[in-house]
Design a protein around this ligand. Structure first.
Ligand SMILES: [Mn+2]
Length: 325
């Protein structure tokens, strides 16, 4: 029955662990990485195999491409059971529409790995629970009742080390090429500390991160409540450098932006603030023609024409000031 299952998940730690948990449920499934901008295309392609089961996890629903997504889902035979398990904000009208075709398991708060675990709990063993905890630590979703309960089952310091190894190593892995094996190994119950290559990458990434911290401290600028750093001289480390930039400039918001030709894209994080970055972007980006972005309340990303970046910083800064009053 599970011969022709397909699992699609995101490439960050929560995506990798939620995919690995789904693989524990459907061990012979094909596994693919995807992302919000790609998921509709990927599903079009997957529909041609007429799989019996599809499990999609940790992929945000992109409101701008919602119709394309629905059309892709229509390509599957009615016999295909599609699980859609996610924790990104979604408009309730879209959630409703999606639920008419697929089995939606959606909650804001827990990470996707926790949700996949809970969705399939009856057919899972203890090591899948550990994977859910790694995903939760990776996505800063380690405050849920489920995670707090399960952290008590082990020594949580060891769990944070194992999860930390993965978080760090992923900074140095081109996920599309190298992380598929990692997903398989995790689903088999191999612990990160037993993966020599992953441990070595994690240590390397940690050393680089300390360098990135020094760079961001020296090169961040501030506009109102926003600290930002442009074009750090290394790829990756974007979420981390956004966070560092907020600290370096004593700001509520930190941005790490990378420009290429006429485009700029960025990671955005908050610090000592309860502002919802996803709503903030929804609001601020609507006035910028080629801009797109979104994510979670505490972590988001955006891209736009490079020439709009100063205006974006200005508008976002006003939005944050208004919010904090
Ligand atoms: Mn996630």
């Amino acid at each position: 029955m599970t011969e022709d299952a397909v699992i699609v998940s995101h490439g960050d730690l929560d995506g990798i662990t939620s995919g690995a948990i789904a693989l524990c449920v459907f061990p012979s499934a094909h596994f693919y990485f995807s992302k919000p901008s790609q998921i509709a295309n990927d599903l079009y392609r997957i529909a041609k195999y007429r799989p019996s089961v599809v499990s999609v996890s940790d992929i945000a629903v992109n409101a701008k491409r919602f119709d394309t997504l629905l059309r892709a889902l229509d390509r599957f035979p009615t016999s295909t059971k599609i699980h859609w398990i996610d924790h990104h904000p979604i408009k309730s009208s879209m959630k409703k529409e999606l639920s008419q075709r697929v089995d939606v398991f959606h909650e804001i708060g827990p990470c996707a790995a926790e949700l996949v675990y809970r969705r399939f709990q009856s057919s899972l063993t203890d090591h899948a629970a550990r994977l859910a905890l790694y995903g939760a630590i990776g996505d800063y979703c380690d405050n849920t009742p489920f995670v707090k309960d399960h952290l008590e089952d082990y020594d949580k310091r060891t769990l944070y080390l194992e999860a930390g190894i993965l978080v760090q190593a992923l900074q140095e892995i081109d996920y599309r090429n190298a992380s598929k094996d990692l997903v398989r190994e995790l689903s088999l119950g191999i612990e990160p500390s037993s993966m020599n290559d992953i441990v070595a990458l994690a240590i390397k990434a940690t050393r680089i991160e300390h360098e990135v911290f020094r760079y961001v401290t020296a090169n961040s600028r501030k506009i109102g409540p926003i600290g930002y750093v442009l074009d750090i001289p290394i790829s990756g480390y974007r979420g981390k450098s956004a966070k560092f930039s907020a600290f370096a400039t004593d700001s509520q918001i930190g941005i790490s932006a990378r420009s290429s030709n006429d485009e700029i894209d960025m990671s955005i994080r908050r610090r000592r603030s309860t502002i919802d970055l996803n709503s903030a972007l929804d609001n601020v980006l609507s006035d910028i023609p080629n801009a797109q972005g979104g994510g979670h309340p505490a972590a988001a990303g955006a891209s736009m024409d490079k020439s709009d970046f100063p205006k974006f910083l200005q508008t976002l800064s006003e939005y944050v000031d208004k919010f904090s009053k």
